[in-house]
Design a protein around this ligand. Sequence first.
Ligand SMILES: C[S@@+](CC[C@H](N)C(=O)[O-])C[C@H]1O[C@@H](n2cnc3c(N)ncnc32)[C@H](O)[C@@H]1O
Length: 270
Amino acid sequence: MEYDLKNYAVRAPLESLTIAPYICRTPITDTMKTNIVAYYKKHDPFSRYLTTDKRRVKQLSGLYHSNKRYFGRRVLDIACGGGVLGFIIEKRGHSYTGVDINPDMISWAKNNAKKIGSRNRFIKRDATRMKIGGAFDTVCILGNALCHFSTHDLSRILENAATNCRKNAHVIVDYRDMVGLMFAKQWNVGTRLVEKDKGRISTTKRCDTRTGFVVTTTTDLRKKKEVLFAHAIWSPFIIEPIMNDHGWSLVQRSFSKRWSGWLDIYERTI
Ligand SMILES: C[S@@+](CC[C@H](N)C(=O)[O-])C[C@H]1O[C@@H](n2cnc3c(N)ncnc32)[C@H](O)[C@@H]1O
């Protein structure tokens, strides 16, 4: 199988892929962006991020109710999926804008909004290249959506959000602690996750500490098709200084054992 990683100027089988040391940005994420529809069909079904998934609704309702004081009136949800959060918080009087790069997610969210008479706004856009109009009191990046974003991507998102957010606005973000997992040898190169019931197997191929991504492939056992997935490496000591540099200070942090992830809340101080 060949992946067209044009920024590397190579075409190579994934197994033998080498990364030139002088490339410090993250072209692998460009590949992911074009793979995103396939990824949310084969690796992580997009139905998990819709209001029809009762578990997701329960998780996000719980998150909202436990952190209500940090949700301002106007909420921007980056990488919103099917907009589950928006459909929960609209009932509580919040206005909501969801942005996602995946056309499947956005069209489902828009159709659902139409069906139930919701005023929530959904925009199909790459959040790292996003300049959207409007003012927001809270910016959310939830459901480990940060796994799609490099450190450079997060900086770009924060740069863009700076024009949308006032002082004392909040960012609510969750992310899997990849450094902790790798150090505990719970996620490593060679790790294979076999899900026979779902007909797929995921294999972690390599960890690229120059770009900050772990690369895995998911093979559809029936069709033998591979989907490439790059999972960004995040940990509290990586995200916090980036947030600080953009004028956001940590006000709350909690750890969830369920998915080895952190929920951070930052407040804008400038
Ligand atoms: C794991 S889902 C989380 C969805 C939702 N936030 C939730 O908590 O239910 C991650 C989402 O990130 C979106 N995404 C990935 N890269 C993106 C990008 N560059 N811009 C906008 N959305 C992106 C995916 O399409 C996907 O819907």
